[in-house]
Design a protein around this ligand. Structure first.
Ligand code: UDP
Length: 490
């Protein structure tokens, strides 16, 4: 178990300088001043199993930094083990919770899970003090609360970031394994009511994930900055001078023969000029890349080449950008590599004249800051952003686009329908696996730029009102208040 060094980063006053953030910031700040009084000397601890990668690791430093700037004590600890089998087991539990087939959990697995949790719990007792509030994130450290509580009287909260809106034998296996450990918690936090497992007893609060509007992935970009980032990343070619040098690691694009090459080799992608339809995701089969590409290709095929109709011309000009992590960076994700490989094969099989309209990009992950800026610039260069997921816990990519005033086309997977209102912030499709349906919605959106523009304004407002880090922190402070003993609260 080790303590992560948290950089202070963006200051509370910085948020106040952005007019559109002020209402959400002030609402949070005023409530936070009241709620923090009752926390007095109680320290807030966040415990998870990784410092890097994933939305949780991205959000925790910002949350902790803001809590500290409010005058609260907060810290982040990461559990550790050298035993890789522990992480294979917890990856299996993760897949099972998502309803995927997986291995049975054996008595040996249970012993391993309990041993690693116990070892980490013993270390945790060196950090925490009586009455501290400890938030354990996801299944990996879920077995720690019972061990810590034997030695120190803490308040334990379990925060589950994953879930599925139906149960099947896989989910049953995972939850029947976890439930006995969960009995030792004082409170639970889930992202959606659908994700609460049968048999869980205790108080539950729902907290949506959210975004930090001043992070590199979401911060405003002037047109000048945006073109600079596209240029630095190799996504735009220009002979004009640029303030910053090219990024050391460039975006790569799948070439017509299926090899990886520079993003601007052959034909120019047309970012900033063409209606760009973008999906940014991990290369995961549940993200719906294949049917999205098929639907787009189908729409292109049926659109006449010679029509003067403006909507049809827009469809002819449209390009689909499918972007995900450079496979070299996901060495620990063989499934992801396979998905990308299959997608490349499907791409190579497309008719030649359509290949330049489908742009598969791999984004370098070496620098989190550069990766975030590239995602930011790609989303901002899009006519719409798509998230065609078959399943989705929340779907931050949709939130990120909406926060940038970009309308979205998403599936109705649980996390996405929680944030996107059909016809208001974007369009929700019912059957992400059906290319015909995808084509139908793409055609509708490309034919109605005015309604896309209207939805984009609602989308931005939706995020400002509900899905910023401020709303998430307000909910957390309310949870911390709720778990205090009655005499402290009153
Ligand atoms: N993402 C990224 N680079 C990539 C692909 C994805 O930064 O090459 C980010 C994306 O912007 C989002 C996150 O990864 O912030 C994915 O979160 P989401 O909730 O959409 O899906 P998850 O990956 O958690 O299933």
């Amino acid at each position: 178990m080790y303590q992560v060094n948290i950089k202070e980063g963006v200051q509370l006053d910085d948020y106040r300088s952005y007019a559109t953030l002020v209402p959400a910031f002030n609402a949070f700040y005023n409530e936070a001043l009241l709620l923090k009084r009752s926390l007095k000397d109680r320290k807030i601890w966040m415990i998870n199993s990784t410092e890097h990668g994933g939305g949780v690791a991205e959000m925790l430093p910002r949350m902790i930094s803001i809590l500290r700037q409010l005058g609260l004590q907060a810290d982040w600890l990461v559990m550790e083990t050298n035993e890789q089998d522990f992480f294979s087991l917890t990856k299996n539990i993760h897949n099972l919770i998502h309803g995927q087939p997986g291995a049975e959990i054996t008595a040996e697995d249970k012993a391993l899970y309990e041993r690693i949790n116990k070892e980490n719990a013993q270390q945790l007792t060196k950090y925490v003090q009586k009455n501290d509030i400890v938030v354990f994130h996801d299944p990996q450290p879920a077995g720690m609360a019972q061990e810590v509580k034997k030695l120190v009287d803490i308040t334990a909260i379990w925060r589950c970031h994953i879930g599925l809106d139906f149960s099947n034998p896989s989910t049953d296996t995972a939850w029947s394994f976890l439930l006995p450990y969960l009995q030792h918690y004082d409170h639970f936090v889930f992202s959606s009511p659908e994700y609460i497992p049968k048999g869980l007893s205790g108080n539950v609060t729902m907290i949506h994930p959210s975004l930090d509007p001043l992070s590199h992935k979401n911060r405003p970009l002037s047109l000048h900055k945006l073109t600079g980032i596209l240029n630095n990343a190799g996504l735009l070619t220009s002979s004009h001078p640029h303030l910053y040098p090219h990024y050391q690691h460039q975006v790569e694009r799948i070439q017509p023969d299926g090899t990886f090459g520079p993003a601007q080799s052959g034909t120019d992608i047309g970012l900033l000029f063409r209606p760009i339809l973008t999906q940014v995701s991990r290369w995961d089969k549940l993200k719906g890349f294949f049917s999205l590409m098929e639907g787009f290709v189908e729409l292109k095929k049926r659109t006449p080449n010679d029509s003067q109709d403006r909507a049809q011309e827009r469809i002819r000009n449209a390009r689909l950008v499918l972007a995900g992590p450079d496979p070299a960076s996901v060495a620990d994700d063989p499934e992801g590599k396979q998905v990308l490989q299959k997608l490349i094969e499907a791409y190579v099989g497309l008719p030649d004249e359509l290949k330049e309209d489908v742009v598969i990009l791999t984004l370098p992950m070496n620098s989190p800051k550069e990766n975030a800026l590239i995602v930011n610039a790609l989303q901002r260069s899009s006519y719409i952003v798509i998230q065609n997921s078959l399943q989705e816990g929340f779907g931050l990519t949709a939130t990120e686009a909406m926060g940038k005033r970009i309308a979205v086309l998403t599936s109705s997977a649980c996390g996405l329908r929680n944030q996107v209102r059909n016809h208001i912030d974007g369009r929700l499709l019912q059957h992400p696996e059906d290319p015909d349906e995808v084509a139908y919605y793409l055609e509708e959106l490309l034919s109605n730029p005015k309604s896309v523009e209207e939805m984009s304004f609602s989308a931005e407002k939706r995020v400002l009102d509900h899905f910023l880090i401020f709303q998430q922190l307000t909910s957390w402070l309310n949870v911390f208040h709720k778990v205090l003993p009655a005499e402290v609260r009153s």
